[in-house]
Write a protein that binds this ligand. Structure first.
Ligand code: SAJ
Length: 406
């Protein structure tokens, strides 16, 4: 039996996937409200294929609970925020979850950390929590790290098809963890030690952050000299060994905008390109704001309340707004005392910010200029409605004549 601890964006699909493939699973979350909704059959966030996965899981062996329970294997998938000042990972949710597991776990059980942690966190925070109880790692309890790799918007597919890394203290334990994941995972399951698994995960997200930062820096260079950055990247990418990502209004989400800071926090003075990339990506909302002002000026728009930010999530076709570039832009505007803009996102039903609309036509009738910040399919499909407006497209999804780009 597997107990998945933490039923958020990673824990829930993982628990459902295991259950749908015949593994007996209990999903645990501290939030009684969340557990109540799951028990009532409600899928707690929007993700393609998650409803179907939920339905096939509940016809198998899955239970939801607020309590951690005795199990052969635990999968810990709780958040790992970073401290914004020190830039270091805050492992307190992980250690609290492990402590709750240690209260009930039978001798010989395996605790798999799926949460992304900075290299060394298992040694620094998890092992000591085990040892403080007089338990021995490798005998009374076994530790492993199997960092998640799935991308929001395509989670269900990637959960099945991506390769994954399993770090453990011994090859035998790694094999036992592999047996459980291979119930559903068709990708290669690479076995290694815990520290290598921790580092590899953070390196993957940092690599992507640096690649996006390169695209964003190119956008600034090209803008300063009247060149079309997207055309340049498109052509450069025809080279067989070049694959530049797309510039945009910034990097959001809880992964790529966070994980590189773990390396900056742990290796000050060594993580130089990584720090520069973070700074470039974090500077994009400010760059968007400057460009917005230029475009407003060129079009005689003086009133920011006639400007609409189109898209609020951190990227396309998800409902997640964590660290979203639009929220960063709003914060930036607030600091520049430039408020009053209107906001609309077809994916965001709840109220996140002031002047937020829930109806596209009303939103568009109240603005003269639209700033596209997310490339949702729904935004692409409704592009004709922007005809006649001043359009500033930070995602290169609008082909209407006269559109301004980054
Ligand atoms: N972005 C760009 N330009 C691009 C690609 C992305 O500006 O060309 C922006 C997005 O708009 C978004 C941010 O970057 O604001 C991050 O989006 P993303 O799609 O690159 O990544 P995430 O954060 O949704 O998921 C990443 C994935 N990591 C990698 O691809 C290396 C995923 O596989 C991880 O599982 C996930 O982080 C995680 O949880 O760590």
């Amino acid at each position: 039996m597997v107990n998945v601890v933490g039923l958020g964006y990673i824990g829930l699909p993982t628990a459902l996937m295991m259950a749908a493939h015949g593994v007996e699973v209990t999903g645990t979350d501290l939030s009684a409200e969340l557990v109540g909704r799951l028990r009532a059959g409600e899928v707690t966030f929007d993700e393609p294929g998650l409803r179907e996965l939920f339905d096939s899981a509940v016809s198998g062996k899955i239970d939801f609970s607020t309590q951690v329970c005795p199990a052969e294997m635990y999968v810990v998938a709780v958040p790992t925020p970073y401290d914004k000042k020190s830039k270091k990972v805050d492992a307190s949710f992980v250690t609290a979850a492990v402590e709750s597991v240690l209260d009930v776990c039978p001798k010989g059980s395996i605790i798999v950390i799926e949460s992304t942690v900075s290299p060394g966190t298992v040694d620094r925070s998890v092992r000591p929590a085990v040892e403080r109880r007089g338990l021995r790692c490798g005998e009374d309890v076994h530790l492993a790290h199997a960092p998640e790799r799935i991308i929001p918007g395509n989670m269900v597919y990637e959960l099945v098809n991506n390769s994954r890394t399993i770090g453990a203290d011994s090859p035998q334990i790694a094999e036992r963890v592999k047996d459980v994941y291979s119930s559903f995972c068709r990708g290669e399951l690479v076995l290694t030690d815990i520290r290598t698994a921790e580092m590899t995960k953070v390196v993957e997200n940092t690599y992507r952050d640096i690649n996006i930062a390169f695209a964003n820096e190119l956008a600034k260079i090209c803008r300063s000299d009247g060149m079309d950055v997207n055309e340049i990247i498109r052509i450069a990418n025809k080279h067989p060994r070049v694959n530049i990502l797309s510039p945009g209004p910034g990097v959001g989400g809880h992964c790529i905008s966070v994980d590189p800071w773990f390396l900056v926090g742990d290796y000050p003075g060594l993580a130089n390109i990584i720090l520069a990339a973070r700074r470039i990506n974090d500077s994009m909302p400010e760059f968007v704001l400057e460009r917005m002002h230029d475009i407003m000026e060129q079009n005689g728009i003086t009133d920011t309340s006639r400007v609409g930010l189109y898209g609020l999530t951190y990227k396309e076709n998800v409902d997640d707004v964590r660290e979203s570039p639009t929220l960063q832009l709003l914060d930036c505007m607030h600091r520049h005392l430039a408020g009053g803009v209107k906001v609309y996102d077809p994916w965001v039903k709840r109220d996140i910010t002031a002047d937020q609309y829930h109806d596209l036509d009303r939103f568009l009738s109240d603005v003269d200029m639209v700033v596209i910040l997310v490339g949702h399919d729904e935004i692409k499909q409704n592009m004709e409605k922007l005809r006649g407006k001043t359009v500033f497209d930070t995602r290169r999804v609008c082909a209407l004549p006269g559109t301004y780009y980054l």
